[in-house]
Design a protein around this ligand. Sequence first.
Ligand code: C2E
Ligand code: MG
Ligand code: MG
Length: 564
Amino acid sequence: MTPLRLLLVEDVEDDATLVARELTAAGYDVFAMRVDTAEALRRELVDAQWDIVIADYTMPGFSGSKALAIVREHDLDVPFIFVSGTIGEETAVAAMRTGAQDYIVKGNLARLAPAVERELSDAAVRREHNLANQRVAYLAYHDLLTDLPNRALLHDRLQQAILHAHRDEKSLALLVLDLDGFKEVNDALGHHAGDQVLQEVASRLKGTLRASDTVARLGGDEFAVLMPATDVNRAELAARKVLHDLEHPFQADGRAVMVTASIGIAGYPVHASNGDKLLQRADAAMYIAKNDKAGYSVYVAGRDPRDYERVGLAAALRKAIDAQQFVLDYQPIVHLRAGTTVAVEALVRWEHPEQGRLPPAHFMRVAEHTGLINPLTSFVVGRALSEWPPSILPTPCTIAVNVSPRNLHHSAFPRRIHEILVEHGMPPSRLSIEITESMIMSDPNGSARCLQILHDMGVRIVIDDFGTGYSSLSYLRRLPVDELKIDRSFVLGMSEGEDDTLVRCLIDVAHNLGLRVVAEGVETAEVCQQLTELGCDAAQGYYISHPAPADDVARWMARQRGYR
Ligand code: C2E
Ligand code: MG
Ligand code: MG
């Protein structure tokens, strides 16, 4: 028997008994409480948890609609049903409008049990949905592993802190901390041990610093500390304290591990006047500390060692673009229900003369930092369109190209895209541009204008790696987006038996915004099936096809069509 905690708002004892008996007969293990005044109702709502409230509509000393209002003040989600002898159609409609789930006429109590069953199940769905929404909102601002604020929340707090510091003519300091040799810990002891170290670092940082400081994880083994009302000298003290605290060995999978860190310090207003610059400068100072093995260092204008480090790779990249050492693989994206290919995503690789084929992770950062991403993206779009002329690309399949935020900062970018499209006789609607969520959020305003122009041209806009960034829904709503692509980490998680609430939620979010939703990283038939059931529109991944040269993918598509 299903237990049912039933709160009855009813002045007539016998009527209450009838309702309880009806539900017991339907198989519920009823625990019922009857109230007939506002005070008693309020008390019960505070003192106990109820699965459902059933109320009479007209009572001498109390009214059903008043009861409903009181219940809704306390709990928006508990199902509320009117049972009344007197209710007319109009009042019933009015009652439903104020938030009752149903009404039942006393003469027709047979309807009660099915109505209760339905409402309980709807309420359960609502609860689960709310939880998932709360989780997504939390995830948007926190790092899963350490529970620390993430880059987005740090960014917000930094913005706020600078406003306050400006108003009060105070200073503030920002520390960026990067672990030394963390990769070796990960490689030698495994990710699990690495994760433990990161968690322990997070908790030591929080332990050492003041509650008013914000400790955030920027990603990987990089942390940041925002210290309001602190000048650079005090920040140096704090840095020394932090380094001292990290000197004790860490426990990782039962082993003692030594970890050191490098800290960079930058202060407002001495080193920068806005949050982004401050973060960059603290980061630059951290690299100096690392290079000099100094433990910590304070930002010094004009010394950014990464500039030297990158020179070699940058020069090689520049030559590679001129020498056209890049090739493209393509990966199909298929519609889950129709089975048709809706897009092919172009993925760039560098055929390095000495090192062989390099994946984008090896050179994208440098391409972005040096601005070489602009000619590279032009190359990728041009090459993709030449390998998929309109005569070969079946309608309504699009070509998806990944674009970096640096491209979107270039005001000439939409014009360049337009030229390439014209050159290849390709309608803009057959090109999709993928931009990762975190990238877009690192500079919302800068990217929005370019995206809007591209969208107005008819180019499809896709948010890539959705779920890992930290976009607020209200911001997403304002962007000209056509499609969301759920990050593969969530999709891979599904096959490992993690619950699918999050994926379900991301799909809901996309659909609520009226967007098509694609899942990437689909590696098994089971996940493909699960996604279809969850209403996901399209999928991409090794299970469907690995990235491959254009010819292979074209043949693959022809075979797919042959089957249908
Ligand atoms: P992305 O846009 O999220 O691309 C999907 C990546 O997931 C590709 O990695 C692909 O090979 C991989 N992948 C596909 N199916 C599966 C699967 O079932 N399981 C797993 N575990 N992985 C799968 P790839 O080619 O190494 O590209 C990595 C990233 O580099 C891309 O992520 C994209 O952000 C970036 N990228 C690639 N080409 C370009 C480009 O031309 N321009 C720019 N700006 N970025 C690019
Ligand atoms: Mg992509
Ligand atoms: Mg992706």
